[in-house]
Design a protein around this ligand. Structure first.
Ligand code: NAI
Ligand code: MG
Length: 372
């Protein structure tokens, strides 16, 4: 094992607390890394007009992988108002740095494992083991949107017979967000999902779309899924619609394994699946591309708990565990996961979200003790 170069981006609010907790667990499991801390988030937006400074992008490019805490993000008008007076009116506009990272590094796969650790009072049931693969760069989040609609776009859309119904709606009274899906985008996320199912012995991959109604985009995803499934004879492909899937996930979540979806549907089922197994204090994500990956808890900066040493660090410890898996440190990753499972089942250390009084550092101490 060599020494890995790991970028650490604590960000805002509780980001620093949870990242520090995860770092201590990584040290305790014997993971050797050269950690480089970088700037990201609201402070840098206010002071520099950029929440993702160029020096941070440069730092990431010099590392193997990134562990990210959380950032604060606010709507357009509030963001503009909080910008340093010397930068006001100079054309700075706020954009989410985490979305920026996904696009900049082409982190096409969003990986969200949602596994119930028995004994967690927040579990819907104890036998849930889901892994969501969400396409992270296109679909409805591609950012191709108009309001009002430019005349040229309006003109071009006339080729579609269904547009006739909207002939008397003005450009100003219409908004369009394009659900843009590519074959390559479908293939990349499906490949990640099937490879994961194979590597970790999941029997099924469920593709979650709505192909009976959204015929072209969902249709492309489903057809690509069928083609790819033929390459994995040991894995069964199940096809469901997003609305029914929400119902099934609440009714029989234990029946599913790997789930795969385009951007918006994947976003929706990720949060639903996370809540089945403990919610924000437990949910971690990997943003994985061909060259680089960023791991994070999925919660935000929870400003009201800043500096209180109160929130649950397990989500971030899980993010660190996913990072080890990505780096090929499977044994250390498994050791971390066993420690988390042990702490949960013993039930002695519980943060406030689990109904207890254990602190952030106290929870990290408990996980470290359970590594032995
Ligand atoms: P949030 O996730 O920061 O917090 C919502 C609530 O969830 C908290 O008040 C707390 O009760 C609970 N919570 C969050 N993390 C927890 C943890 N580790 N342990 C236990 N409980 C936890 O979401 P909110 O309040 O909507 O947003 C706060 C800020 O974070 C906003 O500026 C938002 O834009 C940003 N945000 C950033 C994200 C990111 O960095 N990836 C993701 C989501 C929100
Ligand atoms: Mg989401």
């Amino acid at each position: 094992m060599g020494t890995y170069r790991v970028a650490m981006l604590p960000g805002d609010g509780i980001g620093g607390d949870v990242l520090a907790a995860a770092r201590r667990v990584l040290d305790a499991v014997g993971f050797k890394a050269d950690y480089q801390y970088g700037d990201i988030g609201w402070e840098f937006w206010k002071a520099e007009g950029n929440p993702l400074p160029d020096r941070t992008v440069k730092l990431l490019k010099s590392t193997d992988v990134c562990l990210f805490g959380a950032i604060t993000s606010k709507p357009k008008e509030e963001a503009a108002a909080e910008l340093s007076p010397t930068l006001q009116g100079k054309g700075y506009s706020y954009a989410s740095p985490i979305v920026g990272l996904r696009q900049l590094f082409d982190l096409h796969t969003n990986l969200r494992p949602c596994k119930a650790y028995p004994g967690n009072p927040l579990n819907l049931r104890d036998d849930i083991d889901l892994v969501v693969f969400r396409e992270n760069t296109e679909g409805l989040y591609a950012g191709v949107e108009w309001h009002p609609i430019p005349d040229s776009v309006r003109q071009a859309l006339r080729v579609h017979p269904k547009m006739k119904r909207f002939d008397d709606v003005s450009n100003e009274d219409m908004a369009i967000s394009l659900r843009l899906i590519t074959r390559k985008g479908c293939q990349r996320i499906l490949r990640s999902a099937f490879e994961h199912a194979q590597a970790y012995n999941y029997k099924t991959v469920t593709v979650v779309e709505k192909a009976n109604v959204i015929r072209e985009t969902s249709g492309l995803m489903i057809r690509e899924a069928r083609k790819m499934a033929a390459e994995y004879p040991g894995i069964e492909l199940w096809e469901t619609n997003i609305d029914a899937m929400c119902m099934w996930l609440v009714k029989n979540p234990q029946n599913y394994g790997v789930l795969v979806a385009t951007n918006l549907f994947g976003d929706i089922i990720s949060d639903l699946a996370a809540q089945l197994v403990g919610g924000l204090g437990f949910a971690a994500a990997g943003n994985i591309g061909d060259e680089y990956a960023v791991f994070e808890p999925t919660h935000g900066s929870a400003p009201k708990y800043t500096g209180m040493n109160k929130v649950n660090p397990i989500a971030t410890i899980q993010a660190a565990r996913l990072m080890l898996d990505y780096l090929g440190e499977r044994e250390k990753a498994a050791q971390m996961e066993r420690a988390i499972a042990r702490v949960v089942v013993e039930g002695k250390a519980r943060t406030y979200d689990m109904g207890g009084t254990t602190t952030t550092t106290g929870m990290a101490d408990a996980v470290i003790a359970a590594l032995k």
